[in-house]
Design a protein around this ligand. Structure first.
Ligand code: ADP
Ligand code: MG
Length: 339
């Protein structure tokens, strides 16, 4: 019998990988915004049409790419962010898998324009379904613009699975919030169908929160600050009286990455025990800085989960820091006559 195993062609492998990385337009938004941040951009503009179904474009004023790098950036496992396995334990960047652009290009039409500051001209590349269709020299200021059109054009099942524009835009805005909240120093803009949704000037965390969630937010914020040998915790919680029935503004960042952790969410809710009624959820914006060698972010392709060396210690630190802040700000317990 003949041998039967063959290596999949790159574009097939990329399409499979894309299935994990790109669930919906918001996933593309996350990857492109993170790349712009890793490129040290100070201004990042996100433009979408039809909630990202027809266009998702990110324009940044970051370091840009050479012509060769621009082409290589769409190869699988091509990255400038790590060079060895050891680097995985010292990650300072959001990206490191070298997978996002290859995945996105495998399932969309992509136009990239990019230029480095030390080069006279830039590069334009057009890719469809993972294949470079056109590459030219262009004239532009330094930075990068990546436009992703017709997402899932070659995966009808995925395209049909997309929700209404309202729902998809909601996901995009959620992703935009998460990224904008990690870098208040960066000027972010968001437009949908030509209309401005957000224009967030460079500022500090408190003001960024207020710009996003409205002026009324300012009076709701209680600062949280804790510095231990293991971690540095900072940020804000909402005063307990603003806790909501729906799980509203709950943001937890580790080394400037939005992370989902029901265990650590619990640490925060338990700090509110006795201050909020059952069934309501406190709002918070908490930033944990920790030695990158004591965490593992390489658990899932979307990098929203994390493994800590000592999760219990972090739970205890977060709980006590939040409790302490609530106490300091003289937050009185609620009088709950029903009990
Ligand atoms: P990763 O971010 O994990 O390295 P990506 O596929 O997202 O993988 O990007 C591949 C490479 O392309 C990056 O490592 C980076 O060198 C380059 N790149 C992507 N986006 C940008 C950008 N906006 N500005 C400059 N370089 C970029
Ligand atoms: Mg990336």
């Amino acid at each position: 019998m003949a041998d039967v195993i063959k290596l999949l062609p790159d574009h097939v492998a990329n399409q499979i990988a894309a299935g994990e990385v790109v669930q919906r337009p918001a996933s593309v938004v996350k990857e492109l915004l993170e790349n712009a941040i890793d490129a040290s951009a100070t201004e990042i503009k996100l433009i979408v049409k039809d909630a990202g179904k027809t266009l998702i474009q990110v324009i940044d004023n970051g370091v840009g790419m050479s012509a060769t790098d621009a082409r290589l950036s769409f190869e699988r496992h091509a990255t400038s962010k790590i060079a060895s396995a050891e680097d995985l334990f010292q990650l300072q960047t959001k990206g490191f898998r070298g997978e996002a652009l290859a995945s996105i290009a495998a399932i969309a039409h992509v136009d990239m324009n990019t230029k480095r500051s030390d080069e006279e001209v830039g590069t334009y590349i057009h890719i469809e379904g993972g294949k470079v269709v056109d590459q030219e020299v262009n004239v532009m200021p330094k930075g990068t613009s990546i436009a992703v059109k017709n997402l899932f054009f070659n995966i009808p099942a995925r395209r049909n699975f997309l929700k209404s524009n309202n729902v998809e835009l909601r996901h995009i805005i959620d992703e935009f919030h998460r990224v904008a909240l990690t870098h208040p120093d960066i000027h972010f803009e968001l437009y949908n169908n030509g209309g401005e949704i957000f224009n967030l000037p460079s500022t500090n965390i408190r003001q960024r929160i207020v710009h996003i969630f409205g002026n009324k937010t300012n009076e709701k914020l209680v600062p949280v600050e804790e510095d231990t040998e293991v971690v540095k915790l900072s940020g804000f919680v909402f005063k307990p009286e603003f806790a909501k029935k729906t799980r509203g503004e709950q943001f937890f960042f580790v080394n400037n990455r939005f992370i989902k952790s029901s265990y650590l969410n619990h640490a925060i809710s338990s700090a509110f025990e006795g201050l909020v009624k059952d069934q309501v959820h406190p709002s918070y914006f908490l930033y944990l800085a920790i030695d990158p060698s004591s965490i593992d972010i390489n658990i899932h392709p979307t990098k929203t989960e994390i493994k800590f060396d000592d999760e219990h210690a972090i739970y205890a630190i977060m709980r006590s820091a939040v409790k302490h802040s609530l106490g300091q700000f003289n937050v009185a317990p609620i009088l709950d006559f029903e009990r």
